[in-house]
Design a binder for this molecule. Structure first.
Ligand SMILES: C[S@@+](CC[C@H](N)C(=O)[O-])C[C@H]1O[C@@H](n2cnc3c(N)ncnc32)[C@H](O)[C@@H]1O
Length: 215
């Protein structure tokens, strides 16, 4: 049996990251995105959509939780943050360079979700409910699509077909480029699905490029 060293999660957790974290993960140049349409798939309680729209970037977020009330979302996100906060300091695969320590990471997550909850109330039209591997958008609707911490990271929860079908669907609604972060699992290993996607004839029209930003 494999000895697991990474973060042990029994579900996809409901945590949110800030605009600055997305900027670093995805190597975004915000000034070049002003006026562009961006889709944040699995946006969760991230503040990326709210903060980016404040900068003039037209972001739509997509996640199953957007069918729920703010109270119901909070009932799930608060305990998820608490359980990750309690265990993450013990995880040997976690890099602390940017986050410094679990308290600062928690501060960022709380900041992100506070901004999200406020924006979700004021601008509900920015938040579209639904689940991969289907997207309720028109072909080529977005200049850029981002997926943070759903695909690859959770490869134990979603099979190869889900990854392939989700990526094909994402590329249908995306005019230019999609970026997915991370391409590593929680065990800090490259996802085994990457070479399978690169070799899959169903994706032959796409250029699949792995550029792991060691954030
Ligand atoms: C770890 S959170 C990441 C949130 C955000 N992207 C970030 O990095 O801050 C994972 C999110 O994936 C969402 N999710 C789970 N299954 C999904 C699916 N089939 N399609 C789209 N989103 C899904 C969850 O509701 C949750 O909000």
């Amino acid at each position: 049996m494999q000895n697991k060293r990474g973060l042990q999660l029994d579900r996809v957790v409901l945590l949110g990251r800030t605009f600055e974290e997305y900027r670093r993960y995805f190597l975004l140049e915000p000034e070049k995105l002003i006026g562009k349409t961006v889709l944040d798939v699995a946006g969760g309680v991230s503040s990326f959509c709210a903060e980016a729209n404040d900068l003039g970037i037209k972001v739509t977020a997509f996640d199953p939780i957007y069918s729920l009330s703010r109270e119901k979302i909070r009932e799930r996100s608060d305990p998820d943050l608490e359980s990750v906060y309690r265990t993450i300091g013990l995880v040997p695969t976690y890099r602390w360079g940017f986050y410094k320590n679990p308290d600062y990471m928690r501060t960022l997550r709380e900041r992100a979700s506070a901004i999200f909850f406020s924006d979700f109330k004021i601008h509900p039209q920015r938040y579209v409910a639904g689940e991969l591997s289907r997207l309720p958008f028109t072909d080529g609707e977005f200049d850029l699509t981002l997926v943070s911490y759903l695909l690859f990271a959770y490869q134990d929860r979603f099979d190869y077909e889900f990854h392939r079908d989700s990526i094909l669907e994402i590329m249908l609604v995306t005019r230019v480029e999609a970026r997915i972060y991370p391409t590593m699992t929680f065990e800090a290993q490259p996802s085994e699905y990457i070479p399978m996607l690169q070799a899959d004839p169903a994706l032959r029209r796409l250029r699949v490029h792995r550029n792991e930003n060691r954030f």
